[in-house]
Write a protein that binds this ligand. Structure first.
Ligand SMILES: Nc1ncnc2c1ncn2[C@@H]1O[C@H](COP(=O)(O)OP(=O)(O)OP(=O)(O)O)[C@@H](O)[C@H]1O
Ligand SMILES: [Mg+2]
Length: 349
């Protein structure tokens, strides 16, 4: 299949739109199916762009509350003063500017689900109030003395390690334990590279429709680059790259020349295709590159120190840096900023 380029095909859980065939994604989908049927609070944890909101959507969509409200709250965007009234509502005249009584997000979500996005950024007073809701299943709107019972399933997402934050005192420990009854960890894309071709193909399909294009496949060279890049921005970054490539590409096949230049120059981990697993030359070259990078990182990119670690002289180190197209952090930042449609993979070899 690889020799003729990757034809557009995909694998998808139709209800949740979660794509992937890796063991990790299968396990996550299985977990979603199990927790969706319960009212358990779920904490979805993962780096930015790994699909936390998608997972939260899937939990609600598969739950018995699917036809009830699904209310999303971005905790990072709520200031201390806004938070209480936004989440719990207020009674008319309870503070300056409260001209009308207003329901809070918890009341709006009654019977359904509330998504507390970026919970790690919630202030301490907010955390204390949230804890009360989780413990008592009731809210107290601003300006009201009697609590109101609510039936809300809570899903929280975070891209900080909340357990660590609670150990360091940056997040309430009791709230962390309340929130993490079930925790779903979303792995970064670099740890499930087998999902990349599936995601790429699906995104091309969607972008074909959106941009009225007719891309049929991805060249093997381009797919190799997409698979070997490290994707610090995870699936969101991949989605943007494909959207851009579909627009830039003038043939029916995504070529290397339609990929952003930084994918070619980034210090990516070259993955050796399975058919070359025992190719000594390839393996040695990959190892050589990894070792040089490791030494440079350890030496904080001070070349005299790195060359000492490697037991070679500085001129030799410069040769290897050039040979493996290794960029220092500043060069990488610059390369990331420049989108090019005319770069050639030959410069990588
Ligand atoms: N497994 C997946 N299959 C298909 N699309 C995905 C998958 N995971 C993520 N996406 C897509 O990637 C994009 C980013 O996902 P999402 O917004 O859920 O990430 P996030 O973890 O909430 O990011 P952030 O931390 O920045 O809020 C969305 O367009 C989403 O549809
Ligand atoms: Mg999100």
């Amino acid at each position: 299949m690889r020799d003729e380029g990757m034809a557009i095909q995909y694998q998808c859980d139709e209800v949740s739109n979660i794509l992937g065939k890796s063991e990790k994604i299968r396990e996550i989908c299985r977990l979603i199916g199990v927790v969706a049927k319960t009212k358990a609070t779920v904490l979805v944890q993962g780096e930015s762009g790994t699909g936390k909101e998608l997972v939260a959507n899937a939990i609600h969509a598969h739950s018995l509350r699917a036809n009830k409200p699904f209310i999303k709250v971005n905790c990072a965007a709520l200031s201390d003063t806004l938070l209480e009234s936004e989440l719990f509502g207020h009674r008319k005249g309870s503070f300056t500017g409260a001209f009308e009584s207003r329901k809070g997000r918890f009341e709006l979500a009654d019977g359904g689900t509330i998504l507390l996005d970026e919970i790690g950024n919630m202030s301490f007073p907010g955390q204390a109030k949230l804890l009360r809701v989780l413990q008592e299943d009731e809210i107290v709107p601003v300006g009201v003395s009697t609590p109101i019972k609510v039936d809300v399933r809570v899903i929280a997402t975070t891209n900080v390690m909340l357990k660590k934050a609670s150990e360091n005192g940056a997040f309430r420990e009791d709230l962390y334990y309340r929130l993490s009854v079930v925790t779903i960890f979303l792995p970064p894309l670099r740890e499930r590279k087998e999902d990349i071709p599936i995601l790429v193909n699906r995104f091309i399909q969607l972008d074909n429709c959106r941009a009225n294009r007719k891309i049929k496949k991805v060249s093997n060279e381009a797919m190799d680059i997409l698979v070997s890049y490290n994707w610090p921005g995870n699936i969101r970054e991949l989605k943007n790259v494909i959207e851009n490539a579909v627009i830039m590409e003038s043939t029916d096949t995504i070529q290397v020349s339609s990929l952003p230049h930084y994918l070619l120059t980034e210090n990516r981990q070259k993955t050796i295709p399975p058919e070359h697993e025992f190719n000594l030359k390839m393996q040695l070259k990959t190892y050589e590159r990894q070792l040089i990078l490791k030494a440079l990182n350890k030496a904080n990119w001070v070349k005299t120190r790195a060359s000492k670690l490697l037991g070679i002289d500085q001129r030799n180190l410069s040769y290897f840096i050039k040979k493996h197209h290794i960029l220092d952090p500043e060069e990488r930042r610059r390369a990331r900023g420049s989108l090019s449609s005319s770069s050639s993979i030959d410069s990588m070899k």
